[in-house]
Design a protein around this ligand. Structure first.
Ligand code: PLP
Length: 305
C-alpha cells in the first residue's frame, strides 16, 4: 500500500473517497468561515478501532446539540470510516469524522437552517499530540495565562473547532520553550489542554477536572483502569493551586493515549521523569489495547462491496 494514492491518507468529501490532498472544502463553507463544525477522532491500533461505539455515540450527540444533520446515518458513517482506513492500508491511524454546517442553499442567507450540512471523514497515519520521545521523558507543560472560554459560551463537551484559546495556550507554551499547555477557566479552575484532558495525582489519588473539558474517551478509559487497578479516582473541581502540590500530572487523548508530564509550570515533578502512577496507567492502557480491549477490527475493502 506504500505507493498507493492513499498512502498519505484517505478522505471522504461530497460523497466521494479521495486521496487526502484532494479532500478540500469550498472557502464559503461555514465549517471554515465560522468554525461551525462538530467532529470526533478515533484511533486505529494494530488494525482495530478503539472504542468506536463510544466515539460514534459522542459524535451523534455533538451533531444533535449543534443541529447539524448530514445525510449519512450512523451505519453509513461507520462504513465510511472503515473504508477510509482500509483504503490507506494503515494498521495504526488517526481517523476523523467531521460534520459541517456547509453552505446556504439560498444565496446570501444567514440562517443556519438554510445550510446544506455535510459529512467529511478521513484517515491519516497515526498522530501523537505529544511526540513519543517527549512522552518518554515526560512532557513539559505550561500553565497558560489565557483562560479557557466559558462553558456557557462554547460547550466543551461538544467536540468543536473553537480552538483560539487552546491555540493561545500553545503559543504561550512554545514561547516559553515548553511542549504544551493546560488552561484554567476564568474562576481559576483547571480545565484541559489543546487536544487532551488533564489528570493530577496527589497522594496516590487521581483526579481530573469536572469543568471546561471534553468528556474524553481516553479520560473514561483512564477512570475505568483506575477502578480495575484499585487506584482511587475522581472527577472534581481542581483549583490551579493543586498544580503547585501535585505529585504527578498526565495528559490523556485518543491521539497519544496516556501521556505523562515531568514538569508543570515552573515545577519539576518527582525526579523529572514520568511518575509511577502515570506509568502504571499508560502501560495498562496499551497492554489492554494489545489484548483487544473495546476493539473493532477494520473491515477489509473486499468486505465493503
Ligand atoms: N480535550 C480536547 C479539547 C480534545 O480536543 C480532545 C481530543 O482531541 C480531548 C480533550 C481528549 O478526548 P479523547 O480522549 O476523546 O480523544
Amino acid at each position: 500500500m506504500k505507493d498507493s494514492i492513499f498512502a498519505e491518507g484517505a478522505g471522504y468529501v461530497r460523497g466521494r473517497f479521495v486521496p487526502i490532498a484532494e479532500a478540500t472544502l469550498p472557502v464559503t463553507d461555514w465549517g471554515f468561515t465560522r468554525s461551525d463544525v462538530v467532529y470526533d477522532v478515533v484511533h486505529v491500533f494494530k488494525g482495530g478501532f478503539f472504542r468506536l461505539v463510544n466515539h460514534l455515540d459522542r459524535f451523534e450527540r455533538s451533531m444533535a446539540q449543534r443541529r447539524i444533520r448530514p445525510p449519512e446515518d450512523r451505519a453509513a458513517i461507520e462504513a465510511i470510516l472503515h473504508r477510509c482506513v482500509a483504503l490507506t492500508g494503515l494498521s495504526d491511524a488517526y481517523v476523523a469524522m467531521v460534520a459541517s454546517r456547509g453552505r446556504p442553499r439560498v444565496a446570501g442567507s444567514r440562517r443556519p437552517a438554510d445550510c446544506e450540512n455535510h459529512l467529511i471523514a478521513y484517515a491519516l497515519p497515526w498522530i501523537d499530540v505529544v511526540p513519543k520521545e517527549v512522552q518518554a521523558r515526560g512532557a513539559h507543560v505550561w500553565v497558560a495565562s489565557t483562560p479557557r472560554v466559558p462553558d456557557a459560551s462554547v460547550d466543551p463537551t461538544v467536540k468543536n473547532y473553537q480552538w483560539n484559546d487552546l491555540t493561545s495556550g500553545l503559543l504561550e507554551a512554545h514561547d516559553a520553550n515548553f511542549d504544551t499547555a493546560v488552561l484554567c477557566d476564568t474562576q481559576g479552575f483547571l480545565t484541559e489542554g489543546p487536544g487532551f484532558n488533564v489528570f493530577v495525582v496527589k497522594d496516590g489519588r487521581v483526579t481530573t477536572s469536572d469543568r471546561g473539558s471534553l468528556h474524553g474517551i481516553t479520560r473514561r478509559s483512564v477512570l475505568e483502569l483506575c477502578a480495575e487497578l484499585g487506584i482511587e479516582a475522581a472527577v472534581e473541581p481542581i483549583p490551579r493551586s493543586a498544580l503547585d502540590h501535585a505529585d504527578e500530572v498526565f495528559l490523556a487523548t485518543t491521539a497519544g493515549g496516556v501521556m505523562p508530564a515531568s514538569r508543570i509550570g515552573g515545577r519539576i515533578l518527582g525526579n523529572d521523569r514520568p511518575g509511577p502512577i502515570s506509568m502504571r496507567l499508560k502501560d495498562a492502557y496499551w497492554r489492554k489495547h494489545e489484548e483487544g480491549w473495546h476493539r473493532t477490527p477494520v473491515r477489509p475493502l473486499e468486505a465493503e462491496a
